[in-house]
Design a protein around this ligand. Structure first.
Ligand code: FES
Length: 141
């Protein structure tokens, strides 16, 4: 099925403009953020290090301190970052972040925000509508 130029522009503009569609905010590079709490799944299966929250630019980070949720939306211009080495890399303009979201290379100048995490019935739940201070891990009991 061919897509017309009009259909392509209609579906692409909101993504390029960085607007909200159906509960998602979409950044300039296509980064997506849920607006309400999202259940990732069982804490038991969450690996150490960074794991992408499926379908979103949010990373669950599990360390010895517990579990945290860190935005995967670059603080420079909103592109999605990707895990690289011991942290995150933004492919749009080359910013680098540590695993806790601290900027180690610009042009980004602000750290990646942290979001509230809770454990409900053994599942990891992330609430991107609530930011928390960097370093706020939810303990794993
Ligand atoms: S949007 Fe990430 S470095 Fe520019």
């Amino acid at each position: 099925m061919a897509i017309t130029r009009r259909e392509l522009i209609k579906t692409s503009l909101p993504v390029l403009a960085g607007v909200s569609i159906g509960g998602l905010s979409v950044g300039c590079g296509g980064a997506t953020m849920p607006r309400t709490a999202v259940t990732h799944g069982p804490l038991e299966g969450l690996a150490m290090g960074a794991t992408r929250l499926e379908a979103y630019d949010v990373f669950l980070v599990r360390t010895e301190e517990g579990v945290a949720a860190i935005s995967g939306q670059c603080t420079h211009a909103g592109c999605g970052v990707a895990p690289r080495g011991e942290g995150f890399h933004c492919g749009c303009h080359g910013s680098e972040f540590t695993l806790d979201g601290t900027v180690t290379r610009g042009p980004a100048s602000e750290p990646l925000p942290w979001f509230a995490v809770r454990i409900e019935g053994g599942d990891v739940v992330v609430d991107p509508s609530q930011t928390v201070p960097q370093g706020t891990y939810t303990p794993i009991e």
